[in-house]
Design a protein around this ligand. Structure first.
Ligand code: F6P
Length: 455
């Protein structure tokens, strides 16, 4: 039987300290039966990178194969086309999109190099599963190398409607590149439908028909629940618990990104404090926000804006022995984070747009079934189409979000249990293994690539 080869932009090498995000954790779970994981090491080696160099590591049944990128690659491919063009546009932020032809060429160049290095490691019966927007043209490049393997693609972020996507320079080329895949997966039915509409508008609807689907990503729910139960004793969880002195905890955990709606969320929390006198001195909001992609100007601006809002709200409401917002620009390791989620009375997951948002799922899995917390969830997160026990809000509506925080803080135990139980049961029967199996069954061992070797 052939191997599963997972390809993603970043590959967290075993044994290296990593702040593995949801995508990395999910892909590690997808490889529980073994396979190969190929991608960028996360390292940059000047401008004279050895184009042929591949570093390999083995961890149990999983082989890791990574390459370094040159500074130019990182600038053009990662910070450029992937994160200044695709990322904003696919999150419906055409206003923030910037396009430069040389970034696009860098994006294609890195995909070509990945394909050339990966193709040497591929056996004829391997199944290749490509992840996320950094690597859309990878299958097209692999086909050019002569590969006829089954190749699937999964997009972790949203796909917008044709009106939004029409702003994408080289949009038709990108849509055409998807035709080299045997299966193209999205987080939600809406994303899949938007993609099909974009194809139809570009006159390419027929080519990918029946090869598009929604496969909502998930977490290892039971394992995360067990981790959270143990994590209550983690030194970081205990430190926080001691410092809370019985106050209720509201928690938000997001990469510093304009799609996450952290600024509006803080404003909503400020509004909640204003409207709820009993919260003063009794509720603490912890926002954990590691910085990312800091070379993209929007991210640095956002950092300043959020720090200002936190400072303003703390200035207005703090007392000598209480500060309402604790804002941390650092990563907290998964095993400790699980304990913090469990301790929280309210989880705030209010992105302006998000493919899925695995924090929402982890927050639910981490709860104590006897005394579960409440999830306040944006209607624009993919998770909202599954987690129907959450308090669903429009994150642009600060008053509505503030009211949901108040409702969550005051929610009676019976209602909390009822809402949580439905969501936890759903996560247990729709976990990351189910996600992987659904995708791999759909692409199927008997499936033969319908495309010519050279596209
Ligand atoms: O889910 C979107 C995504 O871009 C993933 O591909 C990535 O693992 C994660 O966000 C973190 O992004 P970055 O690698 O740019 O820090």
């Amino acid at each position: 039987m052939g191997r599963l080869i997972v390809v993603s932009n970043r590959v967290p090498l075993p044994g290296k300290p990593s702040d593995a995000g949801g995508l990395a954790v999910a892909l590690r779970s997808a490889l529980t039966s073994g396979g190969l994981w190929f991608g960028w090491s996360g390292e940059t080696s000047g401008n004279h990178v050895d184009l042929e160099a591949v570093k390999s590591r083995i961890d149990g049944d999983v082989a890791f194969s990574v390459v370094d990128l040159s500074e130019q690659d990182v600038r053009e491919y990662y910070f450029g086309f992937a994160n200044r063009t695709l990322w904003p546009l696919l999150h419906y932020r055409a206003d923030l999109m910037e396009f430069r032809q040389h970034d696009y060429e860098g994006y294609r160049r890195v995909n070509r190099r990945f394909a050339s290095l990966l193709s040497r490691q591929v056996r004829s019966d391997d199944l290749i599963w490509v992840h996320d927007y950094h690597l859309i043209p990878l299958a097209e490049e692999l086909r050019r190398q002569g590969l006829r393997n089954r190749i699937g693609f999964f997009l972790h972020i949203p796909w917008p409607s044709p009106d939004v996507f029409s702003a994408m320079p080289r949009g038709r080329e990108l849509l055409a590149a998807f035709e080299a895949y045997d299966l193209v997966g999205f987080q939600t039915d809406q994303d899949a439908a938007n993609f099909a509409d974009c194809l139809a508008r570009a006159g390419r609807g027929e080519q990918l028909k029946n090869r598009i689907g929604a496969f909502p990503i998930s977490i290892a729910a039971k394992e995360f629940a067990a981790l959270a139960a143990e994590a209550a004793a983690h030194p970081i969880a205990r430190k926080l618990e001691t410092s809370l002195r019985g106050r209720k905890l509201v928690i938000g955990v997001d990469r510093l990104d304009y799609t996450k709606g952290i600024d509006r969320r803080m404003e909503s929390f400020g509004h909640f404090l204003e409207k709820t006198p009993s919260a003063k001195g009794n509720v603490v909001y912890l926002q954990v926000t590691p910085k990312t992609r800091s070379e993209v100007p929007e991210y640095a601006n956002l950092q300043r804006r959020i720090a200002e809002i936190a400072g303003r709200i703390n200035g207005a409401f703090s007392d000598l022995d209480w500060m309402p917002i604790r804002y941390l620009n650092r990563t907290i390791r998964h095993e400790a984070l699980a304990g913090l989620y469990r301790m929280a009375a309210v989880g705030l997951v209010t992105p302006l747009r998000d493919g899925m948002n695995l924090v929402a799922k982890e927050f639910i899995a981490a709860q104590d079934e006897e005394d579960p917390g409440v999830l306040v969830l944006s209607c624009f997160a993919g998770a909202a189409s599954e987690l129907d026990g959450a308090l669903v809000v429009n994150p642009h509506d600060i008053e509505e979000t503030a009211a949901a925080i108040a409702q969550a803080v005051a929610m009676p135990l019976e209602e909390r249990r009822r809402r949580w139980r439905a969501m936890f049961d759903h996560l247990c029967s729709n976990d990351v293994v189910v996600w992987r199996e659904r995708f791999l069954n759909e692409i199927g061992p008997s499936r033969t690539p319908r495309l010519k070797a050279a596209v």
